[in-house]
Write a protein that binds this ligand. Sequence first.
Ligand code: PEP
Ligand code: MG
Length: 325
Amino acid sequence: QQEQLQELRGLAATTPDGTTLEIAANIGRPRDAQPAVAAGAGGVGLFRTEFLFLDRETAPSEEEQVEAYSTVLQEFAGKTVIVRTLDIGGDKSVPYLSLPREDNPFLGVRGIRLCLAPPYQHIFRTQVRALLLAAQLNVASLWIMFPMICDLRELRQAKSFIAETEAQLLQEGKLTAPVLPGLRLGIMLETPASAWLIDQLAKEADFFSIGTNDLAQYTLASDRMNANLAELHRPFHPAVMRTIAHIIQTARKLQRWIGMCGEMAGNPRASAFLLGLGINELSMEAGSFNAVKQVIRNTTTAQARELVERVLAAESSAEIEEMLS
Ligand code: PEP
Ligand code: MG
């Protein structure tokens, strides 16, 4: 069976009736890019850039970041690379930023909230400058994704920040021509607020990617790291499955590209359900590619749609786990 899985490396995730899902990699460092390509990644669905900021004394400079982003874009030449802007706060603390202590860090100033807050905007500015400068290389298609967006106000602020930064770089002569027309700007859907505002967000976001780790945590009001909540926090809770269904179905209706980059995307037990809903892309650790492809290659879209109906009618995680096994 291991050999069968190995053979899948060069094959697409295409169903017997001809629907193809994009299979992309989650990476945290430039050095993860090459092994992901070797394992058959069709692109990067999530580059968690906060890893560039952890375990060091100072923030990485503009030059260092240009170098890091360029390395990944070059490894994925001709493909799509989704770079998520800095997602710190929550459980990811950065000593040199001296973030204030919060009673509920996961409900506090994290992700895009932190990047747009005046005391930290300089960190975000440097990152965006580096991304736009790396985009100038034009080797891969760069999509920029904002984490933890709740509503249009935040999305608009983030987009203005990017536009302002481009204007500065043009003025300084560091950019010789605008790069924004060639980029896509999208968001993570990982808060219940964004899930319910997806129709509004779709007017201004070029693409979406579902972050199931945070989406489950915020939907169930249960800390994703708390072992005492494991019974509630099972991977396929009916409330989470219905939220995901609402998101994907709405995105497809509005003709917006929709991917998934949380843990669920790499769980082969979820693949048929996500296929049935019409997801465009699944992004995961490279080690999960083959198991997910194997499910997709053996499931017809009709079977997958029928499974969706049953899952959405289920009353418990246990019942859904049974259906998906
Ligand atoms: C998620 O929340 O599902 C996600 C992909 O982001 P992270 O795990 O980095 O919070
Ligand atoms: Mg998240």
